[in-house]
Design a protein around this ligand. Structure first.
Ligand SMILES: Nc1ncnc2c1ncn2[C@@H]1O[C@H](COP(=O)(O)OP(=O)(O)OP(=O)(O)O)[C@@H](O)[C@H]1O
Length: 257
């Protein structure tokens, strides 16, 4: 079972502009690695670059991906070792295919079909808190809430037996209750399934709650990496101090209100 996914030397360019510079990042099984930074610092492109899902015109160079020290191609990771969870889950589903078809196709790639597939799908939906499995599986993405679709994306990752989740702002479109439930689920799966998670977020409250390790990004570079306690107690980079000051200002405002 793979326990480390390292991204080494990844640079991303659009025309003459370097958007991400020589990125180094390691995800570990059983840990949440938060990637934080100001808007436009390069977090989403980093996530897409790891899986070679970059938008047209953005090119990757120099990247080496190592799975437990062995080089792998993004295509070997995508939908197998690593799954993507996006801010807007609706866009990740085929609108004319039911969620049952999505789940069956995911299992088909692993050679699991028929009754075995049905049982695994029901058990997995149950595991992610989608208890009304029949209704969910008969639905199309537009018929379900954002929170349910986030859970379904996690369920598909589990059905694919992915060891790593790349989650880009997974909670920003959810209300606070759905957000808390989603983070509960993520933390439980990290513990029970030993998942390694890259969690991209703007929300330092989410970082404080869920992350083990944090990378801070600014202008396309990682400018600091620390465990979560060190980041909050002794932030080294200017960007980390700015993010924390904004977070503290916001929470103080809320307390006064
Ligand atoms: N398709 C694209 N073509 C050209 N440049 C792009 C493209 N997508 C993003 N960029 C640029 O790359 C940089 C990093 O963008 P990215 O979306 O990764 O930032 P981000 O940190 O995820 O921001 P946010 O938190 O707002 O989502 C920005 O300067 C952005 O303008």
């Amino acid at each position: 079972m793979n326990t480390h996914l390292s991204i080494q030397g990844m640079s991303l360019r659009h025309q003459q502009r370097t958007l991400v510079h020589n990125l180094q990042l390691t995800l570990k099984a059983g840990q949440v690695h938060a990637l934080v930074g100001a808007s436009g610092s390069g977090k989403s492109l980093t996530c897409l670059g790891i899986l070679d899902l970059l938008p047209p015109g953005v090119h990757c160079s120099g990247a080496t991906l190592l799975l437990d020290g062995k080089p792998v191609e993004p295509a070997q990771l995508r939908g197998r070792e690593a799954a993507l969870v996006l801010q807007n889950p609706r866009s990740a589903f085929n609108p004319v295919r039911s969620l049952r078809q999505h789940a069956q196709e995911t299992l088909h790639t692993r050679g699991v079909t028929g009754r075995e597939a049905d049982e695994l799908i029901h058990a997995t939906l149950n595991e992610v808190g989608l208890y009304d499995a029949q209704r969910v599986l008969d639905s199309f993405a537009f018929q379900l809430s954002g929170g349910m679709l986030q859970r379904m994306m996690i369920a598909l990752a589990l059905l694919a037996d992915s060891r790593f989740l790349l989650a880009d702002e997974p909670t920003s479109d959810l209300d606070v209750v759905a957000q808390a439930r989603f983070l509960d689920l993520l933390e439980r799966l990290v513990d029970e399934r030993n998942l390694g998670v890259l969690l991209i977020t703007h929300d330092m409250g989410v970082v404080a709650r869920s992350a083990d390790h944090v990378s801070v990004m600014a202008h396309g570079r990682i400018v600091g990496q620390a465990d979560v306690c060190t980041l909050f107690n002794n932030p080294r980079s200017e960007e980390a101090r700015t993010l924390l000051a904004a977070h503290h200002a916001l929470t103080r405002e809320v307390c006064r209100a």
